[in-house]
Design a protein around this ligand. Sequence first.
Ligand code: DAH
Length: 348
Amino acid sequence: MTVIDELDTIEAEAALALNAVADLGGLAEWKSSYIGKTGALTRLSRGLGALPADQRPEVGRRVNALREQLEGAYTTAEARLKRAAQDAELAAERLDVTMPGRAPALGHIHLTNQVLRQVQDIFAEMGFQVTESPEVELDEYNFSLLNFADDHPARDMQDTFYVEVPEGTPSVLLRTHTSPGQMRVMRERAPEPLRILLPGKVYRNEQVTVRSEMMFHQFEFLAVGRNITMGDMKGTLAYFAERMYGPNTQVRLRPSFFPFTEPSAEMDVSCFLCEGKGCRICKHSGWLEIGGCGMVHPNVLRNGGYDPELFSGFAGGFGPERIALLKYGIDDIRGFYSGSIAFVEQFG
Ligand code: DAH
């Protein structure tokens, strides 16, 4: 085979191989096999010295021409492959700016707080001021000062979470009701007349069931002043019930007992679902039990710094979860605090 034939072969093979090159890595290999230091053309040109002198100029020109041709082909292919690589990169980063955005997941007020806010608004309309008192409370405030006898069953370890305290220091507990807040407010403000609403968490050491949780909420209302009567309490509760449950809601007080009130009552409202006709929620009685209330016991007034000969008052403690359970026909209280988003989201 003559040198010219060899050059023709290199030219043909290089053209074929270049067609098969798919990326810049392949192109670099192609370059080194044909025009690199050990490439086919470079190797061939090194042998030119051995040719007869009359052939050298001709072959030399062919070699140079082919080198230029291959270098040109390399430059063109490199530009094409670089562009293709860039295009692929851009295609991978492509964004459809016309696509609708993803709606952010928004939270909302928890059902319990929705009810508490509504309650606060209603009581505020009647001049009740919202305030708070400690969840970790002295035994004395939770029980004794509220006129609980020393052997009252509510003091039982079964019902109350006690806090460990050093021996010889006063007994501390997680409040079992919001009523100790009454005592704190009275002691702070006596002998001012009071209209107070105390919302907050309470704790009971009870078996968790569909009806009872270890932690739930209450709101306590307290009015103290001169000449406050049970009629004032009834009017206050009737207004609350109408604003909470609708204008035709009836209120009923049933005699009851609490150590801190005398007389004491349970307040019922006419069932807002069946309007008193009887349904599943009111257990066909036409009435819903809302919570306890009564006239503040003279001992409690006295402990709070008010002379029961001059002052009287009414108080009550209701549960917002119970209000919500009834309102929405929820039959398992555990949904409120189990952390189930599915439960909570129903009440956005
Ligand atoms: N503290 C009572 C309870 O937790 C509720 C209650 C009843 C509060 C009567 C009062 C009241 O202020 O007068 O069951």
